[in-house]
Design a protein around this ligand. Structure first.
Ligand SMILES: [Zn+2]
Length: 161
């Protein structure tokens, strides 16, 4: 009888231990999902313009250069942390001077109210590294989503399919 009791106790102890270990693992992996670096580390990794746009919420000058008129098949990833953000099939010609997409890859972007420059806009940020990407507006193509993700070339990097 005592032996059985000890066995039950031992088994429940083991199962408790595994549960607790799993829990710690889950919390750890959730925290490590986020890419966090010091300002010095970002400066070392990015060019001056990329750092200004991604880390200081700067804006590229409007231009047809960079990815504005770039229409090859592939994916645009975050230039700071390589997270896939936009697919080439959601890119379109908006004539606004910045790369424009009518949609983003789900769950990769944080939307934040931005009341700077005397108007309210929605800032878009990489969910993984908090890098500034640009803004999203409601004047996109009506035949698809109606959204215009206005993204800085300095914030993204094209990866060919
Ligand atoms: Zn990122």
């Amino acid at each position: 009888m005592n032996k059985i009791l000890i066995l039950i106790l031992a088994l429940s102890f083991i199962s408790c231990k595994t549960k607790a270990q799993n829990k710690t693992k889950k919390i750890k992996s959730k925290m490590s999902d986020k890419v966090e670096k010091t300002e010095e580390e970002w400066k070392a990794q990015l060019t001056e313009q990329e750092y200004y746009v991604l880390r200081k919420s700067g804006t590229d000058r409007p231009s047809d250069a960079g990815y504005t008129l770039h229409f090859e098949k592939g994916t645009y990833v975050c230039r700071a942390c390589n997270t896939q953000l936009f697919k080439s099939n959601s890119k379109y010609k908006s004539h606004c001077g910045w790369p424009s997409f009518d949609d983003a890859i789900e769950g990769t972007i944080i939307y934040k109210k931005d009341a700077s420059l005397g108007r309210v806009r929605t800032e878009i940020i990489c969910a993984k590294c908090d890098g500034h990407l640009g803004h999203v507006f409601d004047d996109g193509p009506v035949e698809t989503t109606g959204k215009r993700y206005c993204v800085n070339t300095s914030s993204i990097k094209f990866v060919e399919k």
